[in-house]
Design a protein around this ligand. Sequence first.
Ligand SMILES: Nc1ncnc2c1ncn2[C@@H]1O[C@H](COP(=O)(O)OP(=O)(O)OP(=O)(O)O)[C@@H](O)[C@H]1O
Length: 227
Amino acid sequence: MAETVLALSNAAIYQRESLILSEVDVEVKKGDFVYLIGKTGTGKSSFMKTLYGDIPLKEGEGSIVGFDLRKLKEKKIPYLRRKLGVVFQDFKLLNDRTVKDNLIFVLRATGWKDKSEMNHRIDKVLDKVGMKTKNFKYPYQLSGGEQQRIAIARALLNDPELILADEPTGNLDPQTSVEVMEVLQEINKNGNTILMATHDYALLLKYPSKTLKCDGQKVFEVIQKSA
Ligand SMILES: Nc1ncnc2c1ncn2[C@@H]1O[C@H](COP(=O)(O)OP(=O)(O)OP(=O)(O)O)[C@@H](O)[C@H]1O
């Protein structure tokens, strides 16, 4: 039996005082690729933010990569984030430094010191996303798809137990979205667990997988019809 990396039980998700989602029961196991879909404003981002500690979980139970979300103290959030890889729609790369320096910045911030170990790790994650030859480029010299691949490499640096991707293809054209999705599929095949929020139904059809849907303040699993 695969180990559970995320479990929510009877959880309620709020944005300040507004209830966004209630009675949420979700389980993600090691090796899963799970989609989170739903129309704009139905709570996908709020759900993701709760998982990476940006919104506190005040009702129900929640555990993620060994952390209890109900008991998560502010000062523990960086440790939670180290076990997660988070990928955003807008990449969030630092524009004043090269790809390599973006990655070194994260490694240093998470306690890495040895230069050759850092170089080795950077080469490895860039290789996984097919960007090894672009490590000297600045983010603004890269296309959107390439920037997102760098953001995925950054998420992989500390060998996360779970990757949370919030609309990772939201800023990309359909062809580039497929290329980024291929990268996510590949790293999932190599053992990484991924939860991806999206409203791109074309990707769901092309790469069917377990799907959760936010609708009417609830989250439920939808069964995809096979084509
Ligand atoms: N910082 C905030 N404070 C209060 N309410 C918020 C805040 N951010 C979002 N909301 C509200 O929470 C609800 C859910 O928003 P959320 O961003 O989670 O939805 P979403 O499904 O991710 O939408 P989208 O696809 O547009 O990103 C919306 O009604 C939104 O207005």
